[in-house]
Design a binder for this molecule. Structure first.
Ligand code: ZN
Length: 76
């Protein structure tokens, strides 16, 4: 697994500033790579490489990925 490149700043983001989770219309608090976001939300639309998330969903994402990380650590 390699980290996604974070330097594509010159191109305009196609995603509007709305949470990417279907049905959610809250303001965006954080931008994640779509692949990262999909770890927690598998039903995201493939509308680009970026996944803007609102605060609520960012928290959910954090929880979900933190759980994964804990499992990784236990495997050590
Ligand atoms: Zn949301």
């Amino acid at each position: 697994m390699s980290a996604p490149a974070e330097r594509a700043r010159s191109s305009r983001p196609r995603v509007p500033d709305r949470c990417v989770v279907p049905g959610c219309e809250e303001e965006v608090a954080r931008h994640l790579a779509l692949a990262e976001a999909k770890r927690a939300f598998s039903n995201l639309p493939d509308s680009g490489r970026r996944a803007p998330l609102c605060r609520t969903h960012y928290k959910e994402w954090k929880k979900a990925t933190r759980g994964e990380r804990t499992l990784d650590r236990l495997a050590w």
